[in-house]
Design a protein around this ligand. Structure first.
Ligand code: HMG
Ligand code: MG
Length: 285
């Protein structure tokens, strides 16, 4: 039985940053391969403005064409009610709402302040509860913001508490810029875990500074057991200049196994998916 879960975000957080438009059939092939690797949750889509993130404009087609595997939940990011309704129509199994701990990134990513974004998410969370759809929350910039610099833990705590109060079943803590250190992750988790128990938190660490795996270690010590990762180390955020991809799923998997954790993932299928993802990045498919 897995005792640490990797939440695969490559088809969304990874691919959203690719400049060349990737065909739906390639995205579907990647998701289908990942479905065979043993993930319980895969983020495959994003119902945001196509003007803001053109790569995700075909999200409904991706969700319509994938082969759904029993026991896998296919997730979608939604910025507002319109996105939520599109995700429901496309039969997303769960949705994610996403706020920032810092004002600069909130403006760049959502074109509004942190408090305005939280107000906008309340009706989304209410609609999801009525529809019986689980809602995951993201907090970006939990240690550093590309625009505002260092972020203090209290600012993360406030957003975590708001998302928790909206009913998010889990909150994913994003080192969007990928510059965090284990010490700063520990300081942030020390504050956040006062508001939300560690078994309802996930680590979402981009790897710009090459310390994502150590940040996972620091988080394991706090009791976190879910980590977001992108197969092939794809991605970044188009609204976080200077940020690189998420920790690569295959590296996180190997790192966890070497420390005696179980992920329940199939090594060979994972490597096949990683090769597929890297070929898509280069436009080689
Ligand atoms: P806005 O320009 O302030 O709002 O954008 P708007 O209401 O004027 O909408 C702009 C256009 O988008 C309009 O179309 C709307 O109709 C349309 P136009 O009149 O220009 O033709 N629109 C939509 N279209 C499709 N689906 C929708 C939707 N909503 C509006 N749901 C908005 C505000 C929130 C829409 C915009 O800022 C947006 O889409 N932002 C999303 C940015 C994004 O996706 N960023 C990447 C994901 S976040 C991330 O990667 C971080 C994470 O990984 C964690 C971490 O690493 O930290 C999660
Ligand atoms: Mg991210």
């Amino acid at each position: 039985m897995p005792n640490v879960e990797i939440f695969e975000v490559g088809p969304r957080d990874g691919l959203q940053n690719e400049k060349h438009l990737i065909p739906v059939s390639d995205k579907v092939a990647l998701v289908n391969c990942l479905s065979g690797a043993g993930f319980r949750r895969i983020e495959v889509a994003s119902f945001v403005s196509p003007r803001w993130v053109p790569q995700m404009a075909d999200s409904a087609d991706v969700l319509a064409q994938i082969t759904r595997t029993d026991g896998v939940r296919y997730a979608a990011l939604v910025p507002n009610l319109r996105g939520f309704e599109a995700a429901v129509n496309a039969r997303a199994d769960e949705v994610a709402i996403f706020a920032s701990a810092s004002e600069g990134f909130s403006r760049a990513n959502l074109n509004c302040s942190v408090s305005e974004s939280l107000e906008r998410f309340v009706p989304v969370a209410d609609a999801a509860r009525l529809a019986g759809i689980p809602v995951r929350g993201y907090v970006s910039c939990v240690t550093d913001c590309p625009f505002d610099g260092a972020v203090v833990p209290d600012d993360v705590v406030r957003v975590v508490a708001a998302l928790r109060d909206m009913g998010c079943y889990e909150i994913s803590l994003g080192d969007t810029l990928g510059r965090a250190t284990p010490e700063r992750i520990a300081a942030m988790l020390g504050a956040v875990s006062q508001e939300m128990p560690a078994d309802r938190l996930a680590g979402h660490y981009h790897d710009t500074g090459g310390r994502a795996l150590e940040n996972i270690d620091a988080s394991l010590e706090f009791g976190l057991r879910v980590f977001d990762a992108a197969v092939g180390g794809l991605g970044g955020c188009p609204y976080a200049p200077g940020a690189s991809g998420n920790a690569a799923t295959e590296s996180v998997h190997a790192w966890l196994l070497a420390r005696g954790w179980q992920t329940g993932l199939d090594h060979d299928v994972l490597n096949a998916a990683a090769q597929m993802a890297q070929a898509m990045r280069k436009g080689n498919t």
